[in-house]
Every structure is written in C-alpha cells, then in structure tokens.
Design a protein around this ligand. Structure first.
Ligand code: PAP
Length: 334
C-alpha cells in the first residue's frame, strides 16, 4: 500500500518511460554511474545527467536558436536558481511589470514558471517550445555545463549569468531535494553514500568543480558574455550585487528608481521569506510534479555545519583545495 501511495507521487524528473529510441540507443553506450535517486545517471560530454534530462539537453543542443537579446541563467543545481530567477525576472521586466504593482507575476507564479529551464520544461519530453509567447529579452535557464551549451548560444550575443554556491551547502541542499524527490522511501541512500558520489563528481550536472571552473574561466576571458555570481555574495551584499547585475545587462537603475525604492523592493519581493510565504509557493506544484515549497527550504549559508562529520569536512576541503587552487576562485564559509 505504501509503495502504491509513493508511486502516485513519483515525479516526472525520475521517469524514464518517455525516452525516444535515439536516446535509449545513446544510453546503451554512455558510461553510467549510480544515481542519487532512480537507477543510473549517464556521462554525456563530460556531464553526469539523468536520462530524461539528457533527452532534453540533446534536443536543446540540436534545436535551440539563441537570439542576441537572450539572457540565460546558468547554475549548478541547488545554488539559488529559484532566487536568481526571481531577481532576474523582476529586474528585466521592471518597466512592463512595475515592482510595486499589486498583481506582479512573482506574486502568483513560481519563478521556475516565469524563467523556464531549457532542457527541462522547454525541450524535455520531446516538447517543441513555443517561443512566440515570450517577450523580449527572453529569460531562460539551464544547468548545462559550458561545453554542452548549444552552438547558437556561443555564436550569438546572448548573455550568460552564472550562479554557484559553496559546495558544502550545495551538497546538503541537493541531498534534501533528492530525498524529497525519492518515490520509494525505503530506497534511501545515506548522506554518506551520496556524499561519496558527490565527491567522485557523480551529481546532477556534475562534476560540480568542472561546471563551476569552466564558467569561471569564461567569465574572466569574456566578461561581457559571462557574469559570475555566488549565492554567498548576494546574501552578503544583495543591493550591490543586484546593481552589478543590472549594469551587466546594460540596464542600470536610474537615480530616480533608486530614490523611489525600486532596488529595495525587488530585493524584498524576492527574499526567501516573502517568496516562501506566497500561496503559490506554499501549495502550488510545477507541471513536472515537484511541489513549489521544496525550492524554499532554509535559504541560509552554513547549514552544512549541521550535517557534516569531521571526516566529510576534511575530505571535501581536500578536494576543494586540489580543484580550485591557483584558479583565483575562492568559496566563502567553507
Ligand atoms: P534548483 O537548482 O533545483 O532550481 P535552487 O533554487 O538552486 O534549486 O536551490 C534551492 C536552494 O535555494 C534552497 O537552499 P537550501 O536547501 O539550503 O535551503 C532554497 O532554500 C534556496 N532559496 C530559494 N529561494 C531563495 C531566496 N529567495 N533566497 C535565498 N535562498 C533561496
């Protein structure tokens, strides 16, 4: 009975029954590893990815035509994507949807609906996206590593905003999310098993370090194309980071906007407390089955301290040092 009930709540993310023949054929030859949830994840072009999203990623690579005005938010999963989606939406649409408007879209829609993932909502499950309903600039998101981005994204003037978070909190947030997605609760991986997989690079869109470092390098080589942000930086100095973001997008806040409190209001509207408390984010669900509330857990820096053993901490510190030493990239709060 319990299994039956759990099956009913199975999320689309985990389903593998709608895969195309082309995708099934590819899966049969790709390297595979143990997944945190479901059976396997597969290594495609250096990136670990579950089957359903692999299909979406390949369709996106083959079909997506970027436009110069596009803005694509790229993140490692669980680094604050939902937060930055909301900030970006509010920022970019502040003329069309003034932030003080009583029925602002962010009050009634989850940020994942307003800024959809390319490989998930738009190209997942064989969908053909209808971009005619989008306003310009199009706001899109992805977890795809740099090396796997569609060619048109690199050939166009599309801007990329990259967000990552310290790997310890990222791991803990992913672990909680995976536990939420799990359909058979008896099929539980311990935090230690998942941690070992994370350290080996086997996490969704992993290896984590490759994902972060590739975009970090691009942001240095091509600062007009790739803007690199960290969750902790936004937490610490939200106003400064939001203004930097507006400047990168060539739409800086005017003095009048600042004086009228637009920057503060965007930050308030997109704050963890505000978004979490909204009806849509308390009781709503995404079309893919996830409850909106799972994207708002604690929203803090340093929650890893409540879970990490000394051994886990030592192991990840060692990896962080090995992978990031000499790159100029430093994580805070680790
Ligand atoms: P995704 O990659 O699957 O879209 P993502 O939004 O990146 O997920 O991750 C959710 C994390 O962002 C959660 O972190 P936690 O598990 O450590 O709590 C979530 O709480 C946090 N988060 C969501 N919205 C906000 C916000 N407005 N401010 C700060 N953190 C937030």
């Amino acid at each position: 009975m319990n299994d039956k009930l759990n099956n009913i709540t199975e999320k689309k993310y985990l389903q593998e029954d709608n895969l195309s023949e082309e995708c099934k054929k590819l899966l049969s030859i790709l390297p595979k590893g143990k997944a945190w949830i479901g059976s396997y994840i597969y290594n495609y072009q250096g990136c670990w990815i579950p089957p359903r999203l692999l299909q979406g990623m390949i369709a996106c690579q083959q079909q997506f035509q970027a436009e110069d005005s596009d803005i694509i938010l790229v993140t490692t999963p669980k680094s604050g994507t939902t937060w930055l989606k909301s900030l970006l939406f509010a920022l970019v649409n502040r003329v069309r949807h003034p932030i003080f408007e009583p029925n602002h879209p962010l009050l009634v829609k989850n940020p994942h609906v307003l800024v959809p993932f390319l490989e998930h909502e738009l190209y997942g499950d064989g969908h053909v996206p209808d971009f005619s309903t989008f306003t310009s600039p199009r706001l899109l998101a992805t977890h795809m590593p740099f090396a796997t981005l569609p060619k048109s994204v690199l050939d166009s003037k599309t801007k990329l905003i990259y967000l990552c978070r310290n790997p310890k909190d990222t791991f803990i947030s992913m672990w909680h999310f995976a536990n939420n997605l799990r359909c058979h609760h008896k099929d539980t991986n311990s935090i230690h098993e998942m941690f070992d997989l994370f350290c080996e690079g086997l996490s969704f869109s992993g290896p984590f370090w490759n994902h972060v470092l590739d975009y970090w390098k691009q942001s240095i080589e091509n600062p007009n194309k790739v803007f690199f942000l960290m969750y902790e930086e936004i937490k610490e100095k939200p106003k400064i980071q939001l203004k930097r973001l507006a400047e990168f997008l060539e739409s800086p806040f005017s003095t009048e906007e600042e004086n009228c409190g637009v920057v503060d209001e965007i930050l308030r509207m997109c704050s963890f407390e505000k978004l979490k408390s909204l009806e849509v984010n308390t009781n709503g669900k995404l079309s893919s089955g996830e409850e909106n509330k799972v994207f708002f857990r604690r929203g803090e820096i340093g929650d890893w301290r409540n879970y990490f053993t000394t051994e886990m901490n030592d192991k990840l510190n060692h990896i962080i040092e090995e992978k990031f030493q000499g790159t100029g990239l430093k994580f805070q709060y680790v």
